[in-house]
Ligand binder design. Structure first.
Ligand code: NAD
Length: 299
């Protein structure tokens, strides 16, 4: 079934012609992604002759797909699961944050030289900045050590967070949590610790002493949408930030608990998602994504 194209009233000129820069998104599965809608609308709004397309690429086809970035002289690509770590071996350079996270979500092609970046952490820090909150000097309790939590911890430490207290369950992400602590200790001045989430007293006390509580676990999104790692509003204090990286549902159970506690700054993951896209957009085009417009028309 053909989708209806809206907003086009005549021949398109200066866009999708012989000069168009191509940006990809290489992941599997990926057809559900909002990134093409976000980037293509931003290109159109700014009149930039770029286009952004999804490619269903798993680890097996990744080398060929990365070679194609050079061969086709694409401007770059986003990379998502299962390729975020695997792709590193095919790139020429890594940003400092990417190296610390051992993961890439953005590739930039400068005349055949491919550099890997990770923009999720930049998105997190920027989305706080958008709300007038600077990560610098802050104490943060962070649950999670996976694909979202790792860049959040690394970028927050790089941008001057005073202390990050990581809590995680002892699952397959525990080794990554230990690695995150070691890397942050070695490369930044941020104090960092790791505690098992089963130590609920330590978790409660840590939140009470924090400026920010960020949940970057899968709890709160499907199929765990009726769950939260903090269910007692008295654990929070009004002046803190409670940040849930989940963006569907828009109001998670955790956010409801924080709202009940009267927390002034309660955020979902939409701002982070738009701002990580904006950081990639800037790397490819040199321009600022019109994020207010994107939020208004898409989210
Ligand atoms: P992941 O699988 O890499 O990591 C999941 C994390 O959740 C791990 O630390 C794991 O230990 C923890 N976890 C899983 N089940 C748990 C449970 N029952 N109790 C406690 N901890 C548990 O996943 P990810 O890619 O890091 O995604 C994590 C969350 O971040 C998801 O909710 C996702 O929607 C969100 N996310 C948001 C953005 C954004 O831009 N806003 C970007 C990426 C991911």
């Amino acid at each position: 079934m053909a989708n209806k194209i809206t907003g086009v009233n005549g021949p398109i000129t200066g866009w999708l012609d012989g000069h168009t820069y191509l940006i990809g998104l290489m992941a599997y599965p990926i057809r559900h992604s909002m990134s093409p809608t976000m980037h293509n609308n931003a290109f159109a709004k700014l009149g930039l002759n770029y286009t952004y397309l999804c490619f269903e690429i798993g680890n097996d086809k990744l080398k060929g797909a990365v070679d194609a970035i050079r061969t086709l002289d694409m401007r770059g690509s986003n990379v998502s699961m299962p390729n975020k770590k695997e792709v590193i071996q095919y790139l020429d350079k890594l940003s400092p944050a990417s190296e610390m996270c051992d993961a890439v979500n953005t590739i930039v092609n400068d005349h055949g030289v491919l550099t890997g970046y990770t923009t999720d952490g930049i998105g997190f820090v920027q989305s706080l900045k958008d709300e007038g909150i600077d990560i610098k000097g802050k104490v943060m309790t962070l649950t999670g050590a996976g694909g979202a939590a790792t860049p959040i911890a690394v970028q927050s430490a790089l941008d001057g967070a005073k202390e990050i207290r990581i809590f995680n369950i002892k699952d397959d992400k525990w080794a990554q949590a230990e690695k995150n602590v070691k890397t942050i200790q070695e490369k930044t001045d941020c104090q960092v610790s790791l505690t098992e989430l089963t130590d609920q007293e330590a978790f409660k006390q840590s939140i009470a002493e924090s400026d920010i509580y960020c949940d970057a676990t899968s709890v709160g999104m499907k199929p765990l949408e009726d769950k939260t790692l903090v269910s007692d509003p008295s654990w929070f204090h009004e002046d803190m930030v409670v940040f849930d990286t989940v963006y569907a549902p828009r109001t998670t159970k955790l956010m409801k608990v924080a709202q009940k506690a009267g927390v002034k700054h309660v955020f979902d993951g939409i701002g982070m998602m738009i701002d990580q896209g904006a950081a990639s957009f800037k790397l490819w085009t040199g321009k600022d994504m019109p994020t207010d417009y994107i939020r208004e028309i898409i989210f």
